[in-house]
Design a protein around this ligand. Structure first.
Ligand code: GAL
Length: 980
């Protein structure tokens, strides 16, 4: 079939919609109530006889040279490939995955985008791949690629009204049917609907969709993510009878005599509509005849159970006509701001949140219903109760599941213009958002967000968000006003901080320091509008690589001040690309001409949703009940929930085996003191693990350990070293039963750790580099009466240091005493430790200490326990290998080959333990998991290692978690070789 293709819509600024139907609520009609009742949310859009899902294999033709896309397209003459819909073409072998954070992929000249020619050189002063500096770059073979999709649909009743709904297409779409142009849409994450009535014929129909890589709207979609394209969400073909509904709405309002529920519908003709509310013993129906296409019923004085994320009570609502039934679920709840406090159902609430992107390592933006459900269930399992849908509206299913499962949603508009900041000097955020010529484009987006999700605005959606990092304010004001006219919900928008608005209904920031948050609590911030309204951290605790460190400190503030609402960790899941061999790649691995490396790999969860330490840490920090030791047998219980009393059962398990169980009746956000019999210390340790169980779900939600005493034995009496221990070339060498243990195996790393993603400064400089170039030189080796003494000089760019090692004999092995002395230069040292090398057959690990990855600013998530594992379990599978797997508070550690066991025992105080299959130096050059070649077993016993912080994007390591060498530091432990 022949088509005359439109050649201008995608780059004509005046055009962002042609023949697109007005926005309406997302809903799926069924022919009757029984069918509507029978279907689960996940299946809804696939099971209705009134809706045909057009997912599946489509024909696809990719035009790598857009100039070759003919204006006269004859689909019979095109040699199409096959492509599954929904999907992203970069994840199916067309073009390539392209990750960039802030910058546009083309020269910044809004609203101009590349059309058919090669992308010309671009200017940007900021780029993570190259640091911060002025730069022009030439992109190479980059074009505004085009994908042409085609599929046939069979229709047997062509006279029926038919609407096609595209739930997500990036960046834009021109739609054609049977040789004719139908319409055009921009707004990748907004639903686009077109009326095909009269355009379809009985039998075979051809549907053609032309998708451009970029359109004018791309200026508004500059989010930090892989920049993907295609029909990436479901496509639905709806058959509508004249007696069906066009749109539905629901509004709840709390009044002194109960809730009022207003159900309304827009109809295609003036028909009868029966509105019903039903559930939990309530059932009311009102039948109303529509006038001028509108029908409405008001149910007043409803005595209902309110919805909240802890107990998500929902009621069914039905909209029924002679030919259709739409069933939705709704919760009754209020959201209000009283002065500077955010209230849900009249109660203070603290939002324990994450940012959620639609990301899948095999499919890009495309997420199946199972994927979406899995992500929401993962949130519930990890004590996360709030999701910000960064930075665009999610698939509507996500919101429906959030209603059901109990998750608060900050529903964000598809808007980000971050490149305005990076690609012009002086940098500014506001160029597009304060330019009135873009206003209609902004309004289209916010209207489509609100209209699609308005029913959820009664339940899980507790705030609308105008977008992300787009500055302001002319166009953001206009969007704000629109929302205020339509909805009582507060409006969130962080980027107001970059314009004179400072804040809309709630103050919002990303990556503030704990001090900044504290100052909001104290109402001392310079930006007055952060002080006078509720304050929300829309992003904090950047979860890139090992970390986020020092996150608990935010929650100390949040619980202290009523105006602090909580926040959302950046972000839930790593973005990456999965390959058939199981490997993952990130920015720059696909030949991108500009990119931001692994800055997209910054989730609490790995791409397959297995939890990293960050996820386990947040599960702990977000725990519903916190316990602290007061004194003697007195413990303080803090209920951090907003609505639950007596729901959590606490089992106090002492390390002597004794146990006490209680179910405190502490009121929400209150503390109370309880008395629990103390256990007895075992081997110097007196500790209790408080295991908290949710009596509703039966799940353990946290394990919190309180260490009341931990004593570590002092050094035993010394005696001469046995003959099988010697110092050779300045290094301690222990031999026994054919086993050789050599100290100092990782030369040059005594004071150094392989950098984590957070070991960078604001200019993206690697803070550990100074230590990688340090030299270690043995100054003297002396035999003493009972052993050896070795003095080593360490020199790096920050200073000069001396280490005096003495090795002495004892009945429990060799006593190693290492004293670090600063000669000159910096007091700040990243770590002080000693590494021993063994062959890789020493793979069985045993230790007593923090039972998972822990650093001094993130350790309480793992109780001290005895652990048996292997060397592989002692590092984290970060997509970019880096320092990982430290274990705090260890009193003993051993590695064994099954026959012989090399034991390290703490003396005087616990040590920090690292066990890796390679050296810290080798780690420095590893970029992907596949680089992690094993070269042995490396055990590092450390006096300290500095904290982690969130320097990749946010505050670095706090001073209290850095080590300042004010006086000499001593590391002491025993080492011995035993028969296993
Ligand atoms: C924020 C932004 C996020 C992400 C994050 C860093 O500035 O809103 O989208 O880029 O920084 O990972």
């Amino acid at each position: 079939m022949k088509y005359r293709l439109n050649t201008t819509n995608y780059h004509d600024f005046a055009t962002f919609a042609v023949n697109k139907l007005p926005a309406r609520s997302y809903f799926i009609p069924y022919p009757g109530r029984a069918a509507a009742d029978a279907v689960a949310p996940k299946q809804k859009r696939y099971a209705s006889p009134k809706v045909q899902c057009l997912n599946g294999e489509w024909d696809f033709k990719f035009y790598p040279r857009p100039a070759e896309l003919p204006v006269e397209l004859d689909t019979d003459a095109v040699h199409f490939d096959k492509l599954d819909v929904p999907s992203c073409w970069q994840f199916r072998g067309y073009d390539k995955p392209f990750y960039v954070n802030i910058r546009y992929q083309f020269p910044y000249k809004p609203p101009v985008i590349p059309t058919t020619g090669k992308v010309s050189r671009t200017f940007s002063w900021l780029g993570c791949d190259t640091g911060i500096r002025l730069q022009w770059k030439v992109p190479g073979e980059e074009y505004n690629f085009v994908g042409v999709y085609r599929r046939f649909i069979e229709i047997d009743d062509a006279d029926k009204r038919r609407i096609v709904s595209f739930l997500g297409v990036a960046s834009c779409m021109d739609l054609y049917v049977n040789g004719f142009f139908i319409g055009y849409s921009e707004g990748a994450h907004n639903t686009a609907e077109f009326d095909l009535t009269g355009k379809l014929k009985s039998g075979h129909n051809e549907l053609v969709v032309v998708v451009h890589r970029w359109c004018n709207g791309t200026y508004l979609e500059d989010q930090d993510m892989f920049r993907n394209n295609g029909i990436f969400r479901d496509v639905l073909l709806r058959t509508e009878e004249p007696t069906d509904l066009w749109d539905i709405d629901a509004k709840t309002e709390k009044k002194p005599d109960g809730y009022t529920l207003t159900l309304s519908a827009q109809t295609l003709s003036d028909i009868d509509v029966a509105f019903t509310v039903k559930g939990h013993g309530l059932e009311q129906t009102a039948t109303v005849t529509a006038e001028n296409g509108t029908a409405q019923a008001v149910f007043a004085g409803l005595d209902v159970t309110e919805w909240n994320a802890e107990v998500p009570t929902l009621y069914n609502i039905y909209y029924e006509t002679a030919t259709s039934c739409v069933k939705e679920k709704i919760g009754f709840r209020t959201v209000e701001i009283k002065q500077d406090v955010f209230l849900l159902n009249g109660r203070k609430i603290k939002l324990k949140g994450v940012n959620h992107h639609d990301t899948d390592a095999a499919n890009g933006y495309t997420m199946s219903p199972d994927d979406i459900e899995r992500d929401m269930l993962v949130c519930k399992r990890f004590n996360i109760d709030t999701v910000r849908t960064s930075h665009y509206p999610p698939d509507p299913l996500l919101l429906e599941l959030a209603d059901e499962l109990g998750i608060y949603i900050v529903d964000e508009n598809d808007l980000e213009t971050h490149g305005t900041f990076a690609m012009q000097l002086p940098p500014t955020y506001n160029s597009i958002s304060n330019d009135p010529k873009w206003e209609s484009h902004y309004m289209d987006r916010i209207m489509r967000l609100y209209q699609r999700d308005k029913i959820r605005g009664n339940t899980s959606v507790i705030m609308w968000s105008l977008g992300n990092e787009a500055g302001g304010y002319h166009n953001t004001d206009a969007m704000y006003d629109y929302l205020k006219q339509h909805s009582p919900l507060p409006v969130h928008y962080e980027s107001a901080i970059h314009c004179k608005r400072q804040a809309y209904d709630v103050g919002s920031e990303m990556y503030p320091s704990v001090k900044m948050v504290h100052n909001v609590g104290e109402k001392r911030r310079k930006q007055a509008r952060l002080n006078d309204r509720p304050y929300f951290m829309c992003e904090y605790a950047h979860a890139m690589g090992v970390g986020p460190g020092n996150t608990e400190a935010y929650w100390q503030e949040i619980y202290n001040y009523d105006n602090l609402m909580g926040g959302c960790v950046w972000e839930m899941v790593d973005h990456a690309v999965l390959h058939t061999d199981g490997s993952y790649t990130y920015g720059g691995d696909h030949g991108e001409w500009e990119h931001d490396r692994n800055f997209c790999v910054d989730g609490l969860f790995y791409p397959d949703r297995s939890p990293s330490t960050g996820a386990k840490l947040m599960r702990f920090i977000y725990r519903p009940i916190r316990v602290a030791h007061v004194s003697g047998g007195q413990f303080e219980v803090f209920n951090t929930t907003a609505f639950s009393t007596g729901r959590y059962r606490l089992a106090f398990r002492w390390n002597d085996g004794s146990k006490t169980i209680l179910t405190p009746q502490t009121a929400p956000l209150m503390k109370e003191t309880v008395t629990v019999p103390l256990g007895r210390a075992v081997d110097g340790l007196l500790a209790v693990i408080v295991e908290t169980t949710d009596t509703v779900t039966g799940q353990i939600v946290s394990e919190e350990q309180l260490v009341l005493a931990q004593e570590v034995a002092a050094a035993p009496a010394v005696k001469p070293l046995p003959g099988d221990v010697a110092v050779e070339k300045g290094r301690l060498v222990c031999r026994k039963s054919g086993v050789v243990v050599v100290a100092g195996a990782d030369e040059g790393t005594l004071l150094y750790r392989a950098p984590t993603d957070n070991d960078v400064d604001a200019m993206f400089h690697n803070l550990m580099v100074l230590y990688t170039r340090q030299t270690e030189e043995t100054v003297s080796t002396q035999q003493t009466a009972d052993g050896w003494q070795v003095v080593t000089k360490i020199t790096n760019k920050r200073g000069h240091y001396m280490v005096t090692d003495t090795y002495k004999g004892t009945d429990s092995g060799v006593l190693v005493t290492s004293v670090l002395h600063r000669v000159s230069g910096s007091q700040e040292i990243p770590r002080f430790g000693k590494t021993f090398r063994l062959d890789e057959v020493f793979d069985a690990v045993h230790y007593v200490g923090r039972s998972g990855e822990s650093y001094c600013d993130m350790k309480d998530q793992f109780p001290i326990r005895a652990v048996d594992c292997t060397v592989a379990d002692m590092t984290e599978p970060n997509l970019r290998p880096q320092e990982s797997g430290n274990r705090m508070d260890c009193t003993v550690a051993s590695v064994s080959d099954g026959k012989t066991c090399v034991v390290f025992e703490a003396v005087g105080r616990p040590f920090e333990l690292g066990i890796k299959p390679y050296t810290d130096r080798a780690l420095l050059s590893m970029k992907h998991r596949r680089d992690e070649a094993r070269t042995g077993t490396y055990v590092t016993i450390q006096a300290f290692q500095q904290g982690i912080g969130t320097g990749a994007c946010g505050p670095g390591v706090m001073p209290e978690f850095k080590y300042h060498l004010k006086e000499d530091c001593t590391l002491q432990f025993l080492i011995r070789i035993e028969e296993a």
